[in-house]
Design a protein around this ligand. Structure first.
Ligand code: SF4
Length: 605
């Protein structure tokens, strides 16, 4: 047999000995297997971590951790003993190199991020957002995201038994950190859950419900069971997926007798009604798949759930090699009967740049793992593109690798795009980490950031209708408009130029202030008088062109609907009659004047 790039080897799972850690030296197997004991002894701060690990962890490490919690963390610390025990599993605190093993450990890297892990120059991408997938904007009722035509995500509970540093729902999930507050549901839990069920009863186009959070393991089991039973009463619901990282973080919960008995009842009812009931978990590193986690997964299968699947996250330093991914997939499949399903690119939340991979890297990983696993268990590398949804990483329509911007299309409307005639023609951007770009790309983003740091002039919005003012606040004609304008539903032609939308209502296009007032030093734009191209700010990062076919007047006023932050729906069609981007695209038309053409490398395959 030829030598393979990846050498498959069946590995036995191992539960690391928790008694190697001084704080747990006297913990009995019965205590360890108790969900209650695990929850009560979860580590919530560096002091508690020191109590568990003893002097083996250096002061420098603990200070590093503490500094991260204070200055960067989007998630507070919460690590159950089960998960903590999988960090540096073969190192004893008394052995030399224990702290180094912790620094290098994949589970530590995403569960207990330290300040020195973060990207120093670009800890956050300029386009990072707290709710980077805009899930709350698509809430049909509070906590129920209706993003795809036939699927919804029900956020039952905003907490988890463990908090992952890269959590995509950092806006909602967990406790506030010194740097980030958390959104809190306005309605009481029972009211929210009833509102979700009401929406699903009157929306038969939804056939698939992801019951999530947070983590459903943090909702008392009787409430989970009652909610799922109510879903099973809705004839149009055909797929139900319970989402829980606790399957590996706190498998003791899923092994509890009452939970397993309840799952058996639900699975039996689901089967009798022809509904698929599955559990989705979130495992990022092979060492988390221990015998206890495997026992929990198999117990769920024996209880009758159709499948247990894994949706991991691609994270640098955790699973960014084909070997790490294949080790994980085989541990899941061989050891625990869990089907590898997806690996997502880490979402663009604040502070995530040191974790995030480029789309190109994800494509390479997808290619590298093909052929080793059975087809049904070969996970797909997925990019969750804001407003576009999950896309396999090879599905991009084009890729500017100099600026690290990939462009994606989609074939369905989200709930907030019902009146948007351009939603299906638009390209939706996703951004690679800036620090991985070539120097020219990094300096482009630096110019963007410097320009965006300039205060917006009050005169910019004083005379505009409310909606237009809101648009301009988020899409000033300073450099920041370039990609934000694209995010907002405007068009970027292939020379990298932005068309910025009109004023809204029926009035003339807004007159821009001139000179320094437009954007501060280095970002001045001359006055715009209603004809010809939009003036060009001197920062050079963006160029503005008037709406080519709207005749100098603004487009349709965008509908203002409630989002929880009261934002103007950013994808509203603002400019009636404008040709979709593809028609505006390759060669600059007479209407779209090209300025400062930029080369783009097409990565489309
Ligand atoms: S388990 Fe999921 S929801 Fe909870 S913190 Fe981790 S990523 Fe976020």
């Amino acid at each position: 047999m030829a030598e393979q790039p990846y050498q498959y080897q069946r590995r036995e799972l191992a539960e690391p000995d928790w008694r190697r850690l001084p704080g747990w030296a006297g913990v009995t197997p019965a205590e360890w297997e108790s969900a209650q004991w695990q929850r009560a002894h979860s580590v919530k701060n560096p002091r508690e971590l020191r109590d568990v690990a003893g002097d083996g962890l250096s002061e420098a490490f603990l200070n590093d951790l503490e500094q991260d919690q204070r200055e960067r963390a989007t998630m507070s610390m919460l690590v159950p003993p089960q998960l903590l025990n999988t960090i540096a599993p073969s190192s004893a605190p008394s052995a030399p190199g224990f702290t180094d093993a912790w620094y290098a450990d994949p589970v530590r890297r995403y569960m207990l991020p330290v300040f020195s892990d973060r990207q120093p120059r670009w800890p956050s991408h300029p386009r990072a957002a707290r709710d980077s997938l805009h899930e709350a904007e698509m809430w049909a009722v509070e906590g129920l995201t209706h993003r795809y035509p036939t699927k919804v995500l029900a956020e039952l509970v905003p907490t988890c038994p463990q908090y992952c540093g890269h959590c995509t729902r950092m806006d909602l999930v967990g406790n506030p950190t010194p740097s980030y507050g958390k959104h809190r549901f306005a309605a009481a839990r029972e009211d929210r859950l009833q509102a979700m069920l009401g929406y699903l009863r009157r929306t038969p186009s939804v056939r698939d419900v992801v019951v999530s959070g947070g983590d459903v393991a943090n909702l008392p089991w009787p409430r989970v069971e009652a909610f799922v039973l109510a879903l099973l009463e809705i004839d149009s619901v055909r797929d139900i997926r319970l989402a829980s990282k606790a399957l590996v973080g706190l498998p003791q919960h899923w092994l509890s007798a009452d939970v397993l008995a309840g799952m058996a009842r639900l699975a039996s009812t689901a089967r009798s009604r022809g509904v698929s009931l599955a559990v989705h978990t979130h495992v990022n590193a092979a060492q988390s798949v221990t015998p206890l986690a495997a026992r929990a997964a198999r117990a769920l299968l024996e209880a009758g759930v159709r499948d247990v699947r894994n949706q991991g996250v691609l994270l640098r330093g955790v699973n960014d090699s084909a070997t790490a991914l294949l080790d994980l997939c085989f541990a899941l499949l061989d050891g625990a009967s869990i089907t590898p399903y997806y690996f997502y690119l880490c979402d663009m939340i604040p502070g995530a740049e040191h974790w995030r991979l480029t789309v190109r890297e994800a494509q390479a990983l997808q290619s590298a793992i093909m052929g080793y696993l059975p087809g049904f268990a070969t996970p797909r590398m997925v990019c969750d593109v804001p407003y576009a949804g999950k896309r396999w990483v090879h599905q991009l329509s084009r890729y500017d690798e100099e600026l690290g911007i990939s462009y994606w299309t989609k074939g369905y409307l989200t709930a907030i795009e019902a009146g948007d005639p351009l939603a299906l023609d638009r390209e939706y951007p996703y951004y690679d980490p800036v620090h991985l770009l070539p120097e020219s790309g990094q300096s482009w983003w630096r110019a963007q950031s410097e320009c965006a740091a300039q205060p917006l002039p009050a005169t910019a919005t004083a005379s505009l209708p409310l909606v237009a003012a809101a648009q301009l606040l988020s899409h000033s004609w300073c450099a920041r408009a370039h990609q934000e304008s694209l995010d907002a539903g405007n068009f970027l032609n292939d020379q990298g130029n932005v068309r910025i939308v009109g004023a809204g209502d029926d009035g003339p296009w807004p007159e821009q202030p001139s000179g320094e007032a437009a954007g501060g030093p280095g970002c001045a734009a001359p006055a715009y008088r209603g004809d010809g191209p939009w003036p060009q700010p001197s920062c050079g990062a963006a160029r503005f062109l008037r709406c080519p076919t709207a005749g100098g007047t603004g487009g349709a006023k965008p509908p203002v609907t409630g989002g929880r932050r009261g934002v103007v729906p950013p994808r509203a069609a603002l400019c009636r009659g404008v040709a979709p981007r593809r028609e505006m695209g390759v060669a600059p038309s007479q209407a779209i004047r090209a300025v400062e053409p930029r080369a783009t490398s097409s990565g489309a395959r």
